[in-house]
Design a protein around this ligand. Structure first.
Ligand code: SF4
Length: 289
């Protein structure tokens, strides 16, 4: 920390322009707010001669009162704190009586497709305060990590936002990577119905004929089996037993034929040899494990 401080402090002091984002903007006062636990943003916005705030339009809240409510939600949902260590409000350039602050203060509002979401079935996603709770509770995110999402926002909120920003053709695979367990919606402090919004993207992808052919045929094949429970149970028991035996050594597969995408960046866990139905039946019969 001492090393970083000695190198970086000089850069902060000598910079002409400090650029920050904003956790929120207040329409009533024209303020921008940044929330940090380290105070790093405060140097950026108070030491340089010019402070530029770059924030998307969904960060704008009507009043100071609204912001105080949402700030409490943000800290509790993000890190479980009562309140963030630093919540710094900037309202324009330095006044003569102020001890510090920039000579000039500019706010740049970024739309990047968000205005199109207003009035659409995705409107509710604009309530997001980027607390990350949906992501931290998501079993898919916990298994694959953030980089697998390939864009700025990972997790369930990323699965809804990304197709809105780069198009359903490029980002349509993200809302498909969900089990729809509903945990994201349950923990979201802004009550954003994330599974419903991901389902809308799946519908859009289907209606535009973008679903890859092999998915469509794969699902049709699965549906054929699913409608015939006896055959389905027999085949799933057989597959679980074979894959369990093949992967029994390490418990993982580093390569899978016809499904290389699964194992390109990580191993695939091998089934343990018995299906859920078998385990369930054994539990009901009281078979000891
Ligand atoms: S969608 Fe909800 S839980 Fe997820 S980051 Fe946004 S506000 Fe937080």
């Amino acid at each position: 920390m001492a090393e970083a401080r000695s190198v970086l402090r000089e850069k902060f002091i000598s910079a002409d322009v400090g650029i920050t984002g904003a956790n929120f903007l207040i329409a009533e006062t024209g303020s921008s707010i940044i929330v940090t636990n380290e105070g790093n943003g405060d140097l950026t916005q108070s030491l340089a001669r010019v402070h530029i705030v770059l924030a998307s339009i969904d960060k704008v809240l009507p009043t100071l009162e609204d912001v105080t409510t949402v700030l409490r939600l943000l800290a509790r949902s993000a890190t479980g704190q009562e309140f963030t260590t630093y919540a710094t409000f900037s309202t324009g350039p330095r006044r003569p009586e102020d001890p510090d602050g920039p000579d000039a203060y500019h706010v740049v509002l970024l739309d990047n497709g968000r205005a199109e979401l207003l009035g659409s079935e995705f409107r509710e996603v604009l309530r997001c305060i980027r607390c990350g709770a949906c992501m931290n509770h998501c079993p898919v995110y916990n298994a694959v990590g953030g980089h697998a999402y390939g864009w700025v926002y990972p997790g369930p909120i990323g699965a809804v936002m990304t197709p809105a920003l780069i198009g359903v053709k490029a980002g349509g695979h993200l809302p498909n990577a969900s089990t729809f367990c509903g945990r994201c919606e349950a923990v979201c402090p802004m009550k954003i119905p994330l599974p419903k919004l991901m389902r809308h993207w799946r519908e859009a992808e289907f209606e535009q004929g973008l679903t890859p052919t092999r998915y469509r045929y794969g699902l049709k094949t699965w549906a054929w089996f699913a409608k015939r429970p006896r055959i389905y149970h027999f085949c799933s028991r057989f597959a679980a037993a074979v894959l369990g035996a093949l992967g029994g050594g390490t418990g993982r597969f580093s390569r899978l034929p016809f499904a290389g995408g699964w194992t390109r960046d990580r191993d695939f866990p091998a089934p343990q040899g018995r299906t859920f139905q078998q385990l369930w039946a054994e539990t009901r019969r009281g078979v000891p494990r």
